[in-house]
Design a protein around this ligand. Sequence first.
Ligand code: HEC
Length: 204
Amino acid sequence: MALDMNGQGESTTEEGALRPHSYDGIQEYDNPPPRWLMWLFYAAILHSVFYVPYYLWGYAKDIATPQTELAVDIAALDALKEGSRKANPPTEVTRGKLSQVVKKPDAIEAGKKQYATTCASCHGAAGEGLVGPNLTDNAWIHGGSPQEIHKTIDTGVLEKGMLAWGKILPPKTIDNLVAYVVSIQGTKPANAKAPQGDVYQGTY
Ligand code: HEC
């Protein structure tokens, strides 16, 4: 007895339930899944026809899709960053009073600590240069005035691997780093990397 695909008839493995076809002498029994399972299967297919456009393709404007959720998260993050910028307003350096900050011992000290954790890996423990250039000589690729040093640290040189630290560290910390970099000018550390760039003629 042959059974149809919808599970009409009884499930059986009796000889009589063999399906008529035969491949290389191999035959199969007809054991259709139970009817309730087939209905569940069809219902799931039908459900997906509505579910996919509605939730995944965003046809429902009021429903959060992964894309809209991401946009909301990014907007929230931007707002947070903006808030943090406001809470840490640019200090003297960015307002052009840099020459005062670079002479403050506490700024230099704070900058030194920060330098050891974030900068030494590329510029050497004493600023002698490693992957990044020597920061103790008077040659500068991006200019050696305190304002220029500040700009390099703040906005980075992304294509060379120098990050825009202004996006990562608060403005005051950047100021301290400038103070530290200025303080190590002319210290001639061991294993110093050869000078790169133009000699800075100005004073600090
Ligand atoms: C991943 C490595 C890396 C780290 C970490 C890094 N730098 Fe740099 N930095 C570089 C490279 C590479 C350059 C050279 C860019 C170029 O060739 O234009 C550079 C350039 C500079 C310059 C300009 C030098 C010049 O000659 O004009 C300054 C100043 C500087 N870095 C300071 C810092 C400070 C301060 C930190 C820590 C907050 C830091 N760097 C962290 C890789 C790094």
